[in-house]
Design a protein around this ligand. Structure first.
Ligand code: 3SL
Ligand code: MG
Length: 234
C-alpha cells in the first residue's frame, strides 16, 4: 500500500488518482460541511462547480433540495446555507439533498473522478477515514483541496493526522516524500495550533467565524465516511 498527497485542486492529474483510493480534504470548510450534513441525515450532497449549475439542479426539485456553499467564504445570494458546518443541523438537513458549490472543495471532489473510491475527509472524521482506507487495501492519494490553487497548511496537517492514524495500525506502508513530510509536520504539531498560520484560517477568523474554526479543528467527533459515487455523495 502506497500513500501519495496532492497539494491543491489545481494539481490533480488523472494519472495521480486513477484507480486509487482518494480522500478529498478541505477541512476549512467544505469537507467538514459535507461530513456534518451527511452525519445529520442529509440524503446526499451534489457537488457542483458553478453557481448556475447548482441553482438549475435545485430548482428542478425545490421541495427536496437545499443550496449551500460560498464564494470568498461568504454565503451566495439566493442560497439557503453558507459554508459554515454548524448551520447544517439535523433539523434543517434531514432527508434533504444538498446541492453545494465552493471555491476549492467541490472542485477537488469533481477533479478526482477516475479514482476507484472518492472518500470525503476532514479532521472531524479522520480516524474513520483511516479505518476505511485500510479496509479498502488499495494505493491511496490524499487530495488536498488547498486554497485557490495554492498549498494550504490546514489540509496538509489533516493529511498528516490521517497518515498517523493509518500508521498506528499498519506499518508496512510506502509513503512518498510529500506524504512523509505531511506526517512529520503533523507529528511535530499534534495540538493542531500550527493550523492557525494558514492564510485561510486567518480569513475565516477575520469573518468572526471562530465557532467554525473550533468545530473544524476537532479531531474524530464523527465516525462516518461519506463517499462520492455517480455524481452524489452519500
Ligand atoms: O474552498 C472551499 O471549498 C471552501 O471550503 C472555502 S471556505 O472555507 O468556505 O471559505
Ligand atoms: Mg479549504
Amino acid at each position: 500500500m502506497k500513500i501519495d498527497v496532492i497539494i491543491s485542486a489545481d494539481d490533480i492529474r488523472n494519472e495521480k488518482v486513477l484507480d486509487k483510493s482518494v480522500v478529498v480534504i478541505d477541512m476549512l470548510r467544505a469537507t467538514s460541511v459535507i461530513v456534518t450534513a451527511v452525519n445529520n441525515g442529509c440524503k446526499g450532497v451534489i457537488p457542483v462547480i458553478k453557481i448556475e449549475e447548482a441553482l438549475n439542479i435545485a430548482n428542478k426539485d425545490k421541495g427536496n433540495c437545499i443550496l449551500g456553499g460560498e464564494r470568498k467564504a461568504l454565503k451566495i445570494e439566493g442560497f439557503d446555507f453558507s459554508n459554515s458546518p454548524i448551520e447544517y443541523t439535523s433539523e434543517l438537513v434531514k432527508g434533504k439533498t444538498l446541492v453545494m458549490t465552493t471555491s476549492n472543495g467541490t472542485r477537488a471532489i469533481r477533479g478526482s473522478v477516475g479514482a476507484r473510491n472518492i472518500l470525503i475527509g476532514a479532521l472531524i472524521n479522520a480516524k474513520a477515514v483511516a479505518q476505511k482506507l485500510l479496509s479498502l487495501n488499495n494505493d491511496i492519494s490524499i487530495v488536498n483541496a488547498g486554497t485557490y490553487g495554492q498549498f494550504s497548511i490546514d489540509d496538509f496537517i489533516c493529511t498528516g493526522y490521517i497518515i498517523d492514524c493509518i500508521l498506528r495500525q499498519k506499518q508496512q506502508i510506502d509513503l512518498t516524500d510529500i506524504a512523509k513530510t505531511a506526517h512529520y509536520i503533523y507529528s511535530e504539531n499534534k495540538d493542531l495550533k500550527f493550523i492557525e498560520n494558514a492564510s485561510h484560517f486567518k480569513r475565516i477568523k477575520e469573518l468572526n467565524l471562530e465557532e467554525d474554526l473550533k468545530y473544524c479543528c476537532s479531531k474524530d467527533i464523527i465516525d462516518i465516511v461519506p463517499e462520492y459515487k455517480n455524481g452524489i455523495i452519500k
